[in-house]
Design a protein around this ligand. Structure first.
Ligand SMILES: [Zn+2]
Ligand SMILES: [Zn+2]
Length: 147
């Protein structure tokens, strides 16, 4: 029992001193990059909609807009996201925003910085706005229920 306890303590100390780097998107070990090679390759097969932050496959012609942007005019000139809002990355973002899991910043900040250099060195930024959160924005079913 005592030996087992010491093992866990040493393992925890090793994690603290030499943390494993995990892929922000899928959680696979990724010591060299914030994204593992598979997720990096998947990211490179996507391009953003010319207007909004939706991602489209590179097989679509240049200038092709997403279905929402083709259907309605957007109230902004350009919006961008680091990666599609799905899977583990979606969970990380939601945990950071709604559950106070500030440790997720170790995955989110590198993606934010990468996104800035990918998109906004080409397009100048006029205004940077925080997107406010509300208690009703937690995504619960109650927020969409009609009377
Ligand atoms: Zn990955
Ligand atoms: Zn769009």
């Amino acid at each position: 029992m005592r030996r087992e306890y010491a093992y866990h303590w040493k393992k925890a100390a090793a994690e603290l001193l030499f943390p494993r780097r995990l892929c922000a998107c899928c959680g696979a070990e990724s010591p060299e990059d914030i994204l593992c090679p598979d997720c990096r390759a998947a990211q490179e097969n996507l391009r953003p909609c010319p207007t909004c932050a939706s991602f489209l496959l590179f097989t679509k012609p240049a200038g092709y807009r997403c279905a929402t942007c083709r259907r309605q005019e957007r109230p902004f000139h350009l919006a961008r996201a680091a990666l599609p809002y799905e899977g583990l990355l979606r969970e990380r973002l939601r945990a950071f925003k709604y559950d106070g899991a500030t440790g997720q910043r170790r995955y989110l900040v590198p993606l934010l910085v990468e996104s800035y250099f990918r998109f906004f060195t080409v397009f100048p930024i006029d205004t940077l706005l925080p997107v406010p959160l509300s208690a009703g924005a937690s995504g619960s079913a109650a927020t969409t229920t009609r009377r």
